[in-house]
Design a protein around this ligand. Structure first.
Ligand code: UDX
Length: 488
């Protein structure tokens, strides 16, 4: 088959590993290279260094059938590859947030040393606009006679759904200055294109900009809905209804409208900082992006303070169980997780904190101290006066409130992800504070209207919740963020 290619991937981190495994699964011959020998030897033994659903079987299957190899030495694979992907990290520089391209240029120098003629060099790592030109210049200086092309092909992989995002992408973006190099990269994805994935061909700089613009737009959407959640709290509206209601407008769309404690992770915060740095370099004002970023920073840190302020008498010496450390469910990644900001604020307020996460404990241990890491959810909840849900893991959403009531000393819950089924928790006697909800939600009754171009929607029936909230108010419960001291 003419579509099958020899591919080398530099970097066995998150993006490199997922790309290598999925490209091998599409039938290509892939070598994934990393300077970290331990990581490579582990991968050769079938040990996957990250938690990502569905990734392990793909790695194992393609290692066994010989489509996927791992190597610590770049020379051999680079010398035979028709396409080389740069998938190394671009961490933010501490001083100014600019993307540090040190690893990218190291990889480029290796490519210049070993690559064969007619090679397409592809940036998949998120790199500032214009980086393709710098890579091209560096290779040309080191190997003036090498025939090569530099292509931008950004990743749009969500942690926790990376394999699905790779195999069923909304779009594949290929940005190239030479037709042949772009064709070569597009050809790699021909099977996905046959299955319906649109391939967008652009200039190289446009492709680099698409990645930043996409992440910035999504971050703005999140900061927007989080501010609307505050507005709902202040005016006694309900954010879940509002998100749902605006998401029905096709121009807005239903995704990325879940209000919460702010966004985190390895991409949005870092990419927004890097984008803002690039904008400053050319004296362009990106005030929307700047504001989205500032709103998010402030929000992450305000969550713990809001909890402390909502409990009369404060949190001093109060035992708090915090469930969730990862920046979102289905990942072990705690980088820039809002949960960590909540932990710090609660500690500062004097709480005794017991924390739990199904996957993120190991990474969190290195970043937070002064808390008790509970091995099980039960251990975390036992004798707690207050419960905080900081990550919306399914395991937490499915907790039986009666069983939780038996374990906890108090009956106060702050659900920062609106993950718990509110009415059953309230029925079980809990006082539940949710994001963007100050009072009983308005009665809305909506019948599902699935269609070919609409995502399926569920009927929403708030009546039980409303009824429950009225009962709570009747019993003299405080409204808004003013909380009672939890039951002894
Ligand atoms: C993101 C982009 O989605 C992906 O395309 C890009 O390549 C890398 O960055 P990721 O960081 O894995 O992916 O996480 P994502 O699922 O996009 O969530 C980012 C943050 O936003 C998380 O903290 C999540 O909890 C939060 N979020 C997301 C919300 O608070 N509400 C939502 O409705 C969606």
């Amino acid at each position: 088959m003419g579509d099958i290619m020899q591919i080398a991937i530099l970097g066995a981190g998150y993006v490199g590993l997922v790309s290598a495994a999925c490209l091998a699964d599409l039938g290509h011959h892939v070598t994934c290279i990393d300077i970290n020998r331990d990581r490579i030897e582990g991968l050769q033994r079938g040990e996957i260094p990250i938690y990502e659903p569905d990734l392990a079987p793909i790695v194992v299957r393609n290692t066994e059938n010989g489509h996927l190899r791992f190597a610590a030495d770049a020379a051999g694979a680079l010398a035979t590859a028709q396409v080389i992907f740069i998938c190394v990290g671009t961490p933010p520089r501490v001083q100014d947030g600019e993307a540090d391209l040190g690893f990218v240029f190291e990889a480029t120098r290796d490519i210049a040393r070993y690559a064969r003629d007619d090679v397409a060099v592809v940036t998949k790592s998120t790199v500032p606009v214009g980086t393709g030109d710098l890579i091209e210049g560096l290779i040309r200086r080191m190997r003036p006679h090498l025939h090569f092309g530099v292509v931008s092909n950004p990743e749009f992989l969500k942690e926790g759904a990376a394999v699905a995002d790779f195999m069923r992408p909304d779009r594949i973006v290929v940005g190239a200055e030479e037709q042949w190099a772009g064709d070569r990269v597009a050809q790699i994805y021909s099977e996905l294109a046959r299955a319906g994935a649109p391939i967008l061909r652009t200039r190289r700089r446009s492709s680099e900009a698409i990645k930043y613009a996409a992440n910035a737009f999504l971050a703005i959407k999140l900061s927007f809905i989080n501010e609307i959640a505050d507005f709902c709290e202040a005016w006694d509206a309900d954010i879940d209804s509002v998100s749902f209601g605006i998401g029905l407008d096709r121009r807005i769309g239903p995704d990325f409208l879940q209000a919460g404690p702010g966004y985190g992770g390895s991409c949005f915060p870092k990419d927004l900082r890097a984008l803002l740095h690039s904008a400053r370099e050319r004296a362009v004002g990106l005030r929307m992006v700047e504001t989205a970023s500032a709103v998010n920073e402030a929000r992450k840190w305000s969550m713990g303070r809001r909890i402390a302020a909502a409990v009369s008498g404060g949190l001093h010496e109060t035992r708090v169980a915090l469930l969730g450390l990862a920046f979102k469910p289905e990942t072990d990644d705690v980088r820039e997780s809002p949960a960590l900001a909540v932990v710090n604020a609660l500690l500062r307020a004097g709480a005794h904190l017991h924390v739990h996460d199904p996957k993120g404990m190991k990474a969190a241990r290195g970043l937070i101290e002064g808390v008790t890491f509970a091995e099980t959810i039960r251990d975390c909840l036992r004798d707690a006066e207050i419960l905080v849900i900081a990550t919306g893991w399914e395991d937490y959403a499915r907790l039986d409130p009666h069983a939780v009531a038996d374990l906890m000393a108090g009956r106060l819950v702050f659900d920062l992800r609106n993950a718990l089924p509110a009415s059953s928790w309230r029925k079980a006697g809990f006082t539940l504070r949710r994001i963007g909800e100050a009072a009983p939600p308005a009665t809305i009754s909506f019948t599902a209207r699935p269609g070919p171009d609409r995502s399926p929607m569920q009927a929403v029936d708030w009546d039980a919740v409303r009824h429950e909230r009225h009962r709570e108010k009747g019993a003299g419960h405080a409204r808004g963020m003013a909380m009672m001291k939890p039951a002894e």
